[in-house]
Ligand binder design. Structure first.
Ligand SMILES: [Zn+2]
Length: 352
């Protein structure tokens, strides 16, 4: 190498180092690198608040939400957004900044027997809160994400159905028991029950091509769509709450199937955006994406309604299960690990 070339080479190298030094001093490369390589720095602390029992009850779920509020009063707010047919409050937890325009909706337990969703969602909330002080996720400080987003969470949207699945007719007020037993074909085994307390399947009670749903002709454990969209207290509570608070993204937890529904008649740029997000979600969870063809077969879901009415991305996440629902608690850790970063991922996307 000649003198001149060497001088240019060293000069260039010095310039690059200087840029890196200035950028490092401003904390830029760390953020870039974390974003580029999808890195995070999160304490793997033990989830101590959220219950780990097989039958995660409505009472325990509510108590856990209140405990989170007690421990992190600045970041958690708990309230009721409606009342079910059996008189239970439909509990919502708001995480982060309720004044932020960056809103995320998360729900679970729409189907009675799929109650593990509540544990998976609330464990994610505790995980985020435990990392609130010095955690980082893909270039964001967790505290900044909490400042830049409001996450609206109903972990157990169908508490009557959940309690029927866990405890059968005795979980219902006496006046309803006979009718419930008849709806269940005379059986006392309600473990596979999906509907709400009135025998309406909330998975098809939202206003999205509702008229095309055939389903079951009468109230029962699953598949009956109700007399009209939003005929039920639970779906109406969601409709009313969201009417004044548009959500940038919705995440609905169901189980099981290890797959993600994302398609619902989007077009153009929305289709491109939603497919890209769906692929990211699939990569994080390890779950497959449901094809367009199969997605056409189901209508009336919360995400179908929200996505087609408001135009923002929405996802139904079917958790993995080694056997039919309810998911056995032995599978909890695996399911939780797969989903641990899902809410954080949505926060990082919407806060950008
Ligand atoms: Zn479901």
């Amino acid at each position: 190498m000649g003198q001149r070339k060497r001088r240019i080479y060293l000069g260039g190298l010095a310039a690059i180092l200087a840029v890196c030094f200035v950028a490092a001093a401003r904390g830029v490369p760390q953020r870039w690198l974390e974003r580029l390589f999808e890195l995070d720095r999160l304490k793997e602390s033990y989830i101590s608040v959220i219950g780990r029992t097989q039958e995660y009850s409505y009472e325990r779920c509510k108590a856990d939400m209140e405990e989170l509020q007690k421990r992190w009063p600045e970041l958690v707010r708990v309230e009721s957004i409606g009342t079910t047919a059996f008189g239970r409050d439909i509990m919502m937890l708001t995480l982060g900044n309720p004044d932020s325009p960056n809103r995320i909706w998360v729900d679970g337990g729409i189907h009675g027997r799929e109650y593990m969703g509540a544990q998976v969602i609330l464990s994610q909330v505790e995980f985020i809160l435990q990392n609130e002080k010095d955690g980082r996720f893909r270039g964001w400080e967790i505290s900044a994400l909490l400042e830049n987003c409001g996450v609206y969470i109903v972990p157990m949207l169908n508490p009557d159905g959940v309690m029927l699945s866990q405890q059968g007719v005795f979980s219902a007020p006496e006046a309803f028991r006979e009718e419930l037993a008849a709806m269940n074909g005379g059986s006392q085994n309600f473990s596979r029950w999906k509907a709400n307390g009135r025998g309406v399947d909330l998975g098809c009670n939202f206003d999205a091509r509702w008229e095309f749903i055939e389903g079951k002709p009468a109230p029962g454990p699953m598949g009956y769509k109700g007399t009209a969209p939003f005929s039920e207290a639970e779906s109406r509570a969601v409709q009313d709450y969201l009417a004044d608070r548009p959500m940038g993204i919705t995440l609905s937890y169901h189980g099981a199937g290890a797959e993600v529904y994302w398609w619902y008649y989007q077009k153009g740029e929305r289709l491109v955006r939603d497919e890209r997000l769906a692929r990211e979600l699939s990569r994080i969870t390890g779950y497959d994406l449901v094809s367009e063809e199969r997605s056409r077969e189901s209508n009336g879901g919360l995400k179908d309604w929200y996505l087609s009415t408001y135009g923002n991305p929405g996802f139904t996440i079917e958790m993995r299960s080694p056997e039919p629902c309810p998911i056995p608690i032995q599978a909890f850790l695996e399911v939780y690990e797969e989903n641990k970063r899902v809410i954080l991922w949505a926060m990082a996307w919407i806060a950008k």
